[in-house]
Design a protein around this ligand. Structure first.
Ligand code: SF4
Length: 723
């Protein structure tokens, strides 16, 4: 028998926001290998442990056994689902949605989607909810990842557009990493920082993080701040910059507004008091400010430590204030640079795939923007009622206000905070659709209808990485069984629903005239014309040549760096200092709950492990869940490594082995976010069975960005008594 020829296909890694290029090898319909794409500007051929094992996750026995290959339906909860045809599945889904909309109105349904979907998938979900159904209840797990960065950029710079690119790492003299364990969360970017340090030994790295992570270990100056004190730290640094004449008055005068109010505020942030509040040395705070202000180019990299906070927008804005005050923006190596956690959190923002956004960075709250989008889509209107954001959506479902949920490519029954509420919501909904590749996620157990989706190596479309660079995602093999691309399933569902909602069509035969992802891309492209993220110059043909930055208007070159001319996308062209207050944590520690629990990533796992958990070798680095505690806290509680402890918050309790670690501070605890129900069990405050660390976490969120405070929950730690 002759062996099938080995084929190669260029695509993009589906894990983190670095957006590395990969070359997929396949034989027949089997993915056999993966290597870094030497020509991709995000990684130049490198891959981390997750990316370099992608091909192995595609073919493990568990992957093959749990792959969803046909739509499956349950007629009642608790029943084993049975296979149905796509036609039956989608017709049934359209009937159920139409019936709920008839009885309760469009806001009784919601869509919870994912930063791992492709831009084309995101676009059709957004149009389905806001255009066809007439509800803004479409939000995404990116809400848990970067909505504070979006709000911070808009508040200060006028648009959700990270100004920098990866090459800025090579030009920086100081890199200020705040709330990011880049070494684990963005490994290939961290390799680039290590390289820059080797080439330029004068490059100085500052890391501010409550945990002494691998990234902090690499720092020249480490600021082990107390959880939630970031705004105070940044205001304290600005106080020092002002006092020591390290601001740039010419830049402030020419390109910004609002400095005087902020100046008055930060005068109260005396370095000594700030250092005491933050739990760091005054000299270290002053040194950080001096390095920041004296350097020719300071680059800030930041991520969930700032974003996942009840004051996430203020943290982002306070850091951007430092760049505006020192003129450290719009030059090579200088600027605030938020890192996106997921591979396409940025693409989702571009198409307006969040409850408060519309296509091409338009705002739902703006009547002109709503009218523009209605015109572009050919619908009578886009509703003005704000949509429910992630936490709000599940809370509304738990109250019985949302009655149907469509969940795609994400696992809220593990990843959302306050699991008791989320699971109550999923139980209470009349109809839950889950679109997934593997039937392993906790959310699948709540599905009335499971739709088999294609996954990495099979999908076709685009993603945008942290530096605004759009890459193609290409299929190396055909979809197995009856698995369908997410956009295809949505379009087929939408066409069925259109027959039930003809008044929304405005006389058109369909709002979804797409046969290919390229057709969706072209409509999205056109919607960006004249906007800050104009990508009218980026056809699929152009992206075939190489990944490209946005903006890229037709006939112009892509722009890798923004604001080089000192003009910002605000009405007066000036950036705005944000006079933001320091606010304490939403749920401070107290005598009953004296520990600050934080969550984060492990090196070799991704989110809820639905893919990385399939591969034994990825458990080599960390093989089982644990709660990390400071060695002194272990000693005080009479704990040895491996002793079981109850970790309890106001919402629930889980049992985990304790592990002493000098990475966490006194009265702090760390649990990785990845471990789900096969690893960690516990119960909610009313006794219901819950799993994973999010049984404990607080649903409190930032009032501006609505991003929940996953980086801090007050907990107690009690040694578990063995029977
Ligand atoms: Fe994939 Fe991120 Fe690793 Fe690159 S750094 S290979 S994008 S997980």
């Amino acid at each position: 028998m002759t062996q099938a020829a080995v084929r190669e296909m260029r695509s993009t890694c589906p894990y983190c926001g670095v957006g590395c290029g990969v070359i997929i090898e396949s034989q027949g319909e089997q993915i056999t290998g993966v290597r870094g794409d030497p020509d991709h500007p995000a990684n130049f051929g490198r891959l981390c442990t997750k990316g370099s094992t992608l091909h192995l996750t595609a073919s493990t026995p568990v992957a093959l056994q749990t792959r969803l290959l046909q739509p499956q339906r349950r007629t009642q909860r608790g029943e084993v689902p049975h296979a149905v045809s796509w036609d039956t599945a989608l017709t049934d889904a359209a009937d159920r949605f139409a019936d709920i909309i008839d009885r309760h109105g469009p806001d009784a349904v919601g869509f919870y989607i994912s930063g791992q979907l492709l831009t084309e998938d995101y676009y059709v979900f957004n149009k389905l909810a806001k255009g066809l159904i007439g509800t803004n209840n479409v939000d995404t797990n990116s809400r848990l990842c970067m909505s504070s960065a979006v709000a911070g950029y808009k508040l200060t710079l006028g648009a959700d557009a990270p100004p920098c690119n990866y090459e800025d790492i090579d030009h920086a003299e100081v890199i200020f990493i705040a709330g990011s364990n880049t070494a684990y969360a963005h490994p290939i970017l961290f390799r680039r920082i290590e390289d820059a340090k080797r080439v330029n030994p004068r490059l100085r790295i500052i890391v501010a993080d409550p945990r002494r992570t691998e990234t902090a270990e690499f720092a020249d100056l480490y600021l082990p701040i107390q959880p939630g004190t970031d705004v105070a730290l940044f205001h304290g640094m600005l106080h020092v910059l002002l006092w020591d004449h390290l601001i740039d008055p010419a830049y402030i005068a020419a390109h910004t507004t609002g400095f005087d109010a902020l100046k008055r505020r930060v005068m109260d942030f005396h370095p000594k008091e700030v250092a005491r509040l933050c739990g760091i040395e005054t000299a270290a705070l002053m040194e950080a400010a001096h390095w920041f202000g004296q350097s020719k180019a300071t680059l800030s990299l930041y991520c969930q430590g700032l974003n996942q906070s009840s004051s996430g927008t203020a943290k982002n804005a306070a850091l951007i204030n430092l760049h505006l005050a020192t003129g450290q923006i719009g030059r090579p190596g200088a600027g605030p640079f938020s890192l996106t956690g997921q591979p396409n959190a940025m693409g989702g923002r571009e198409v307006g795939g969040l409850a408060n956004l519309l296509s091409a960075h338009r705002d739902l709250a703006n009547p002109e923007h709503r009218a523009e989008v209605a015109r572009l889509w050919g619908v009578t209107d886009v509703p003005a009622t704000p949509g429910k954001t992630a936490v709000e959506m599940f809370e509304a479902a738990a109250r019985g206000e949302i009655k149907a949920l469509w969940i795609a490519c994400t696992n809220p029954a593990q990843s959302m905070p306050d699991q008791a509420t989320v699971r109550r919501a999923l139980q209470r909904c009349e109809f839950v659709v889950v679109q997934e590749a593997f039937a392993t996620t906790a959310t699948c157990a709540y599905a009335d209808l499971l739709l088999p989706a294609t996954t990495w190596g099979e999908k076709d479309g685009t993603v945008t990485n942290s530096e605004r660079r759009i890459s193609r995602v290409r299929p190396a093999v055909a979809a197995p069984g009856e698995a369908r691309h997410d956009w295809c399933a949505v379009v087929d569902f939408a066409r069925r629903l259109e027959a039930r909602l003809p008044e929304r069509l405005n006389g058109r035969p369909t709002l979804f005239p797409y046969d290919t992802p390229e057709a969706i891309w072209n409509e999205h492209r056109e919607s960006t014309r004249g906007r800050d993220l104009d990508i009218t110059g980026l056809s699929y043909a152009e992206l075939e040549r190489a990944p490209q930055h946005w903006p890229c208007p037709e006939g112009q070159a892509p722009r890798a760096r923004l604001y080089e001319d000192g003009r910002f996308p605000t009405p007066d062209g000036r950036a705005r200092f944000a006079d933001v207050a320091y606010a304490p944590l939403a749920e401070p520690r107290d005598a009953r709950y004296p520990f600050s629990l934080t969550t984060g990533r492990l090196r070799d796992h991704w989110h809820g492990m639905s893919r990385t958990g399939l591969l034994g070798r990825l458990f080599g680095h960390v093989s089982e869940p644990a709660v990390q505690l400071h060695p002194q806290d272990m000693e005080r509680r009479g704990l040895k490594d491996g002793d079981l402890v109850h970790l309890t918050s106001r919402r629930g309790s889980i049992v985990l082995p304790a592990q002493g670690s000098a990475q966490v501070g006194l009265a702090q605890a760390f649990v990785a976010m990845h471990w789900g129900e096969e690893f960690v069990s516990g119960c909610g405050s009313t006794g219901e069975r819950l799993t994973g660390v999010n049984a404990l976490t607080t649903p409190a969120f930032c009032p501006s960005s609505k991003q929940p405070e996953l980086k801090h929950t007050a907990v107690k730690v009690l040694k578990a008594e063995l029977p």
